[in-house]
Design a protein around this ligand. Structure first.
Ligand SMILES: N=c1c2ncn([C@@H]3O[C@H](COP(=O)(O)OP(=O)(O)OP(=O)(O)O)[C@@H](O)[C@H]3O)c2ncn1[C@@H]1O[C@H](COP(=O)(O)O)[C@@H](O)[C@H]1O
Length: 107
């Protein structure tokens, strides 16, 4: 079996978001707008963080899957391609996290 990737899920999310399928959770969520999608992403991220602090690996695995799915939904409604995010991550591989932080514009 070939490995399921984030690109595969991204393609499913994109197709479901624009489908008129009443049974699609993605379509339903996207139709509520970016604020609702972002709220769900935030909730799932907090749940994942709580699972991590609890050291509950099984719970964290499930919550992490929820976070990735909801992040893809938010990127979709915001018209930000996953490829752009991956490009940005790729660009950062040449430097350490602390170097990247120091290179950010000062607020
Ligand atoms: N990976 C996911 C995925 N992860 C989480 N979820 C849904 O996210 C929701 C989050 O749970 P909650 O209890 O917080 O949601 P809720 O009670 O509906 O809350 P509200 O949205 O009403 O606030 C659940 O309904 C989950 O089913 C997902 N829904 C879909 N996918 C993927 O998207 C594909 C397409 O799904 P549909 O669009 O439903 O066809 C699926 O085949 C999956 O591959």
């Amino acid at each position: 079996m070939t490995k399921f990737t984030l690109d595969d899920l991204d393609a499913i999310v994109a197709a479901r978001a624009k489908s008129g399928d009443e049974t699609s959770y993605t379509r339903k969520l996207v139709s509520k707008g970016v604020a609702k999608c972002a709220q769900k992403l935030g909730e799932e991220a907090v749940e994942a963080a709580i699972a991590a602090v609890r050291e509950d690996r099984e719970e964290l695995t499930g919550e992490a899957a929820d976070v990735l799915y909801h992040l893809l939904v938010v990127l979709n409604v915001s018209n930000v391609p996953l490829g752009d995010v991956m490009k940005e991550l790729g660009r950062r591989t040449g430097q350490t996290g602390l170097e990247e932080k120091a290179s950010r514009p000062q607020e």
